[in-house]
Design a protein around this ligand. Structure first.
Ligand SMILES: Nc1ncnc2c1ncn2[C@@H]1O[C@H](COP(=O)(O)OP(=O)(O)OP(=O)(O)O)[C@@H](O)[C@H]1O
Ligand SMILES: [Mg+2]
Length: 325
């Protein structure tokens, strides 16, 4: 049986598609927070949409229409990051052949987005603190302070509090950057969003020029695998998985075999044992599954974890063996 696109469509909030209640609440919070000119720290796992949140805040704020400048703090060493943020004067260091304006100067009147803020080296943290306290900074190698008016939006997938405890992040800076902390939930916690996003990305790739196939539906197995996967890479990973399926598979039904190995992945040891048709007890695989389901009171989730296989595999084996709930 082919699973088709549901009627229900999510909301598109500045590029963030969702129909989950927590996200609805979050969108409301973003609207309120954006209006106040305070520093916001967005916290969430990789691929949850932290950058989209940062942009949404800027767009909803009175600074909309002014500059929005983003930098990933993890991709520079200390010296280069300082220069990236605050600029430098000619001769400040080897390679500084002319004056250069930094991000804070370029974003004057607008917003600066510091991604992976937990990775800022301590030396640069001291300078950043000064910008937040005084709205002024001195370019690297320079003598005169430059005045700026920027709003700071930062993001991290780490708990800053822990970074503070371990001496890697200044406590005073932590309070300055997270006047309002915003937590972005992992994809698996957003009820209904996996399905919504699967279809959102299918439509995106269906519309893309040069795609080798058009997808109109999902096989039950594929659907179940997408639903039961843990999505450690969140929305970004989901988008990649759909793109992968467009490229490796054929025809209008997205099949189980079109999914990358992680989604078809099994618990390493136990599942192989099961594959060979029975564990030490000598029972058949079918008996093992029935016993596990009974012991779990019919809960597939519990039975799968007792068997050391994914819910998807369990579901598939139940179909193979004709086991009803
Ligand atoms: N709710 C959503 N709806 C549609 N697309 C989304 C959603 N959330 C994220 N995306 C897309 O997923 C990708 C990852 O989002 P983004 O870069 O904002 O994540 P991130 O939290 O900043 O990740 P990282 O921590 O790895 O930098 C982007 O392509 C983004 O457009
Ligand atoms: Mg990001």
């Amino acid at each position: 049986m082919m699973i088709k696109r549901p009627q229900r469509r999510g909301r598109n909030f500045f590029g963030m598609i969702s129909g989950a209640p927590q996200m609805e609440e979050l969108f409301g919070l973003l609207e309120r927070v954006a209006r106040a000119d305070v520093s916001v720290l967005v916290r969430g796992e990789t691929g949850t949409g932290k950058e989209l949140v940062a942009r949404a805040i800027h767009e909803l704020s009175p600074r909309q229409g002014k500059a929005f400048r983003a930098v990933n703090c993890a991709s520079f060493n200390s010296e280069l990051l300082a220069s990236e943020l605050f600029g430098h004067v000619r001769g400040a260091f080897t390679g500084a052949v002319k004056d250069r304006r930094g991000l804070f100067a370029l974003a004057d009147g607008g917003s600066v987005f510091l991604d992976e803020i937990a990775e800022i080296p301590l030396e640069v943290q001291a300078r950043l603190l000064r910008v937040l306290q005084e709205q002024r900074f001195v370019p690297v190698g320079g003598t005169d302070a430059v005045k700026v008016d920027v709003r700071l939006i930062s993001a991290t997938n780490k708990a800053l509090r822990r970074e503070v405890e371990q001496g890697r992040f200044r406590e005073d800076l932590m309070y300055r950057v997270r006047v309002v902390p915003i937590f972005l939930p992992p994809l698996v916690e957003r009820q209904g969003d996996i399905e919504l996003l699967v279809w959102h990305f299918i439509e995106e790739f269906n519309a893309r020029e040069g795609m080798p196939r058009r997808i109109e539906g999902l096989s039950e197995e594929a659907f179940e695998a997408l639903q039961s996967y843990g999505w450690p890479g969140n929305v970004r990973e989901l988008r990649n998985v759909i793109e992968y399926a467009f490229v490796v598979g054929e025809g209008e039904v997205l099949a189980y075999g079109d999914l990358p190995p992680e989604l078809r992945g099994e618990g390493p040891v136990d599942s192989r044992e099961l594959e060979r048709g029975g564990g030490e007890s000598g029972r058949s695989e079918r008996q093992e599954i029935v016993a596990a389901l009974r012991a779990a009171g019919g809960s597939r989730e519990d039975a799968a974890s007792a068997l050391g296989i994914s819910r998807t595999t369990l579901w598939r084996r139940m179909k193979e063996y004709g086991i009803e709930d």
